[in-house]
Design a protein around this ligand. Structure first.
Ligand code: PCO
Length: 211
């Protein structure tokens, strides 16, 4: 039984739940992924599925997310040798399931793929099949020199104007290579707050409230 056949959107929907699809790409900022997941799970009625590009796996440990009972889907989960017509297709099922998509972080490479309609992995295939009506937030994260490259502005303009994605950040701060400048992903807490506000999420009550 392939991993993909385990995910059928219609079987995964729960009433009054916000389905958050977190997409990770090959920016160092993917180190923040477990923190984003952990914080999202402090809210009521939130379900999370994570889609990781191959390059993003350099920066975080999937078990740090799977340990929180959240799936981390990778390219290998999409197709398997016994695929047959009629089997569920993972990027389609995940696209059907998502109420909101966060590309956090969005690397220069994934940004380029999105802007050009390239769909050569699970993440970009999902975005390529996504309805423009699904709120999608792009969080660029790259070195300043990459961010200031003319193609970055072109790609950002394209995905905003043609597809309608919302671009959030980047911000200026210390970068992975020691540079300080524009290109850092917005703070992971602010990513969660954006979703919480947009979907009027409420914090799970109880506990010592120290979260
Ligand atoms: C890595 C992190 C999250 C630490 O706070 C922040 O610097 C950031 O988003 N950087 C953008 C990615 C980066 O730095 N790229 C690599 C070469 S500079």
């Amino acid at each position: 039984m392939s991993a993909a056949s385990k995910f059928i959107a219609s079987e995964r929907r729960r009433p009054n739940t916000t389905n958050v699809l977190l997409m990770l790409s090959g920016s160092v900022a993917s180190i923040k992924a477990p923190l984003i997941v952990k914080e999202l799970l402090t809210y009521n009625n939130v379900a999370i599925e994570v889609v990781a590009t191959k390059a993003s796996l350099t920066f975080f440990r999937p078990e740090d997310i799977r340990a929180q009972s959240v799936n981390v889907w990778v390219d290998e989960d999409e197709w398997n040798p016994d695929y047959k017509i009629g089997d569920p297709i993972l990027h389609i099922e995940l696209r059907r399931w998502a109420d909101v998509v966060l590309v956090a972080p969005c690397s220069a490479n994934t940004l380029s793929k999105i802007a050009n309609g390239t769909c050569d992995n699970l993440a970009t295939s999902l975005l390529r099949a996504l309805a423009p009506t699904t709120p999608t937030y792009i969080f660029p994260a790259m070195n300043t020199l990459m961010y200031e490259h003319p193609l970055t502005a072109h790609h950002l303009r394209t995905i905003h104007e043609i597809i309608g994605y919302t671009i959030v950040g980047p911000i200026s701060k210390g970068l992975a290579c020691g540079d300080v400048g524009l290109g850092a992903m917005v703070e992971w807490r602010d990513i969660v707050l954006l979703v919480a506000e947009k979907f009027q999420l409420t914090k799970i009550s109880g506990g010592n409230g120290a979260s």
